[in-house]
Design a protein around this ligand. Structure first.
Ligand code: UD1
Length: 430
């Protein structure tokens, strides 16, 4: 498997353009199969998770191809020819988002229990509760979720936790149900709002996305949205903001929605960095010393769990004590062990991590255990003395479009060493 090599000590300066949001694109790609007419999705990042989802949607019999860079044509003209194979489903947790659309449009779905990032148990009980509430009959047969429904019926669903995936699955299914569905304690993440906007572009009647009560009036069919642009990726943007601050640099992010980044911007300001906004751009500068901060991950608009490992990397060199409480995924501290190999002083006890800032990290060979852990190790590598070799770079490729090129554009020394190849300085730059 490829590794990424980062030579530390380069200050990041310049401009970087943020790509379309992975998590919005994945959900919207699933929703697109509910359309009875072709649709072109714009600003779709050509990353590994999207490619896996494209293959999954193709396996249903849909026509899916890149019209031009970032623009994806999707059309499923009739019932699925077959259900996606386990080999594909297991690569992507978000494949569970095909359940609602298939059930709503065709009345049946069979999807293997998905895999995805290794960050916790990730049950699907809330998805099942919602779909069952809409009248679907669900069972688990040899690891495959089998769902059937003649016509879904609108209902009232209270989510015990504002799960992003459950909100999305239920919202998509409810668009083609008879009557009104109300989702209470719904997830408010920007990706949920983007999905609702796309569904409405297809003729759905979804109101309240972005608040904790979403109301959906079912319609008979969906279609007629020729083009739809995916929102920018707030997690990619946040990763670059943290990389800029970590190297005490000065970076302008272009193509962002600053409001989506407010939970991170506020924390960075609290830590002593300068962050300001202008239209669809964010400016980040960290000239002076930084102070420790405490973080609690929460559903949006709280601090995102997907930014927590990258924040941990930054805080590992901020003098003083920072405390992180991870409230969403129980396995999200695995990166701490890798950061410790680089000299970080982090103690983890259950859902709490206590970080004592050290003066410097040292380059080491480390392992990405999941996508955001990989991004955190890149940030650590940018700050470290010497070279950091990050194994399992494939995890990073799941969610970042052209990460190395974008970082190099800002002055970082980052390159990729294919498996088995010499990775000392001087390795072939890819
Ligand atoms: C999505 C994002 C992921 C992000 C997460 C939280 C995608 C493709 N992925 O994941 O990047 O980290 O939101 O912002 O959009 N839960 C249950 N039962 C369920 C569903 C979830 O208990 O049926 C729990 C999970 O175990 C977890 C919490 O709810 O503790 C949040 O999960 P959820 O919001 O569903 O995350 P995902 O949609 O899987």
């Amino acid at each position: 498997m490829d590794r990424l090599v980062v030579a530390g000590g380069h200050v990041l300066r310049g401009r970087v353009t943020i790509s379309g949001a992975k998590n919005a694109a994945l959900a919207i790609l699933c929703a697109a199969i509910m359309s009875e007419e072709p649709v072109v999705l714009e600003n779709v990042p050509d990353i590994r998770d999207v490619r896996v989802m494209v293959d999954l949607v193709r396996s249903l019999g849909a026509e899916v191809y890149w019209v031009s860079p970032g623009n994806l044509y999707v059309y499923l003209s009739g019932p699925p020819v077959e259900m996606p194979p386990y080999q594909q489903v297991k690569q992507l947790r978000a494949s569970n988002l095909l359940l609602g659309p298939l059930l709503a449009r065709f009345g049946w779905a069979e999807i293997s229990l998905p895999g995805g990032c290794n960050i916790g148990v990730r049950p699907m009980d809330l998805h099942f509760k919602g779909l069952a509430g809409l009248g679907a009959r669900l069972s688990l047969e040899r690891g495959v979720i089998v769902a059937r429904a003649s016509r879904l019926e609108g209902t009232r669903i209270y989510l015990d936790f504002p799960s992003v995936g459950a909100t999305e699955n239920i919202m998509m299914a409810a668009c083609l149900a008879r009557g009104q569905t109300v989702i209470e304690n719904a997830a408010k993440e920007p990706e949920v709002v983007d999905l609702a906007n796309f569904l409405n572009c297809l003729g759905a009647r979804v109101r309240g996305a972005g608040t904790d009560i979403i109301k959906i009036e079912g319609v008979a069919s969906l279609g007629g949205c020729r083009r739809y642009g995916v929102i920018p990726d707030r997690i990619e943007a946040g990763t670059f903001m943290l990389a800029a601050v970590a190297t005490r640099g000065e970076v302008v992010l272009e193509n962002v929605i600053p409001r989506h980044l407010e939970p991170l911007s506020a924390k960075l300001r609290e830590a002593g960095a300068e962050v300001w906004e202008e239209g669809d751009r964010i400016f980040v500068r960290a000239a002076g010393p930084l102070s420790p901060v405490d973080i609690k991950t929460m559903p949006f608009p709280g601090f995102p769990t997907d930014m927590q490992p990258q924040m941990m990397a930054l805080l590992s060199t901020v003098p003083g004590t920072s405390v992180i409480v991870e409230n969403i995924f129980e396995n999200r501290f695995r990166v701490a062990e890798e950061l410790k190999r680089m000299g970080a002083n982090i103690k983890v006890e259950g859902r709490v991590a206590v970080i004592e800032g050290v003066e410097k990290l040292q380059g080491a060979t480390v392992r990405a255990t999941d996508l955001r852990a990989g991004a955190a190790l890149v940030i650590a590598g940018l700050m470290a003395e010497g070279e950091t070799h990050i194994e399992n770079a494939v995890y990073i490729d799941r969610g970042y479009f052209n990460l190395e090129e974008k970082l190099r554009g800002l002055g970082a020394a980052v390159w990729r060493a294919p498996a088995g190849q010499e990775t000392d300085t001087g390795a072939v730059l890819l």
